[in-house]
Design a protein around this ligand. Structure first.
Ligand code: PBE
Length: 313
């Protein structure tokens, strides 16, 4: 009676031992065949999504970079992900909190900005589908009729150009010194008379001619607004600068409320707003040539390089 019982037990034990050995054998075979590499990459990106709660931090709703990011999330299939859109300040606070704790985070980032100078370890994710595009331009738009009504201002708008290096110098100095970006810009204009003279070359002085200028309210573009106020007032213009949301700034030139707008990022970031108002403004030039960048960025210690490394929730 006992014998068959022991036989059964031995058989079951042997089976278990063989089964476990086979399992671990399979593991060993797998890792030696190199599949662990791709396996861990996949696991890594799933972990990335999970570790950041499937969240991307954007900025103010309506910002061009947010619209582009929504398109990118769709094109890269980031289903179920959250896109936080509150403010640039809130995004920066989240980023700095993550950096201080060496935690993962994904943010929308752009240049010119002081972030990349302050945190050189930030890594812009590759974008193989090219949703965020190549380095872009900042263009100047004026209202219909400006050339006839105010040819001197029109000429300045055609000629104004400010290099990436000069913009970054102002943005960084304001960030590092704590002095307002308006004050820093005024000082830059005072220190660089030769550069700003190019903007007004061949332009006659005027006597109190009013000029309404708008731009977006980010540090990438505000300085040019302040610089133009300074330079045009020296020429005798009476300049009113009104920074506006990107959705409104182009429209305000299209409907004639504003004479000109300088902070228009093309061909991608502000494309929708540009197209919606096309034929109701005149593009008179680029005030920055291929100097802008938009994209998604992560701290350097994160183990991903491309938006493609991210997966749906
Ligand atoms: N930005 C800076 C703006 C324009 C300038 C990239 C944050 C945007 O519309 O996204």
């Amino acid at each position: 009676m006992l014998k068959p019982y022991w036989k059964g037990l031995v058989l079951i034990t042997m089976f278990l031992v063989l089964f476990l050995a086979a399992c671990s054998g399979e593991d060993v075979a797998d890792s030696s065949s190199g599949e662990t590499d791709s396996g861990s990459t996949n696991a890594g990106s799933e972990d990335t999504g999970e570790s950041i709660n499937y969240t991307i931090y954007g900025i103010e709703p309506g910002a061009g970079i947010n619209l582009t990011t929504e398109a990118a999330m769709e094109q890269y299939g980031l289903d179920g992900w959250q896109f936080e859109q509150s403010s640039t300040t809130a995004m920066t606070v989240e980023l700095e909190k993550a950096l201080n704790n060496e935690e993962p985070i994904i943010i929308t980032a752009w240049s010119p900005h002081w972030l990349f100078a302050k945190y050189p370890d930030l890594k812009v994710l590759e974008d193989p589908k090219n949703i965020y595009g190549e380095p872009g331009d900042i263009v100047t738009l004026v209202r219909l009729g400006l050339e006839e009504d105010n040819p001197e201002a029109f000429k300045i708008m055609e000629q104004v150009y400010w290099s990436l290096e000069d913009r970054e110098e102002v943005i960084l100095e304001a960030e590092e010194s704590g002095v307002s970006i308006e004050e820093v810009t005024k000082q830059w204009v005072a220190d660089n008379p030769d550069k700003v003279a190019e903007w007004t070359e061949g332009v006659d002085d005027v006597d109190g001619v009013p000029f309404k200028l708008t731009t977006n309210h980010w540090e990438s573009d505000l300085p040019l607004g302040y610089a133009l106020v300074e330079v045009m007032e020296q020429k005798g213009f009476n300049v009113e600068l009104t920074p506006l949301d990107v959705g409104v700034m182009i429209e305000s030139v299209a409907n004639g409320d504003m004479d000109a707008v300088t902070g228009v990022w093309m061909p991608i970031t502000h494309k929708d707003y540009y197209e919606a108002n096309k034929d109701k403004f005149i593009e008179v030039g680029k005030n920055l040539d291929k100097g802008t960048m938009i994209g998604l960025a992560v701290p350097g210690y994160m183990d991903i390089d491309s938006i493609e490394d991210l997966e749906a929730k």
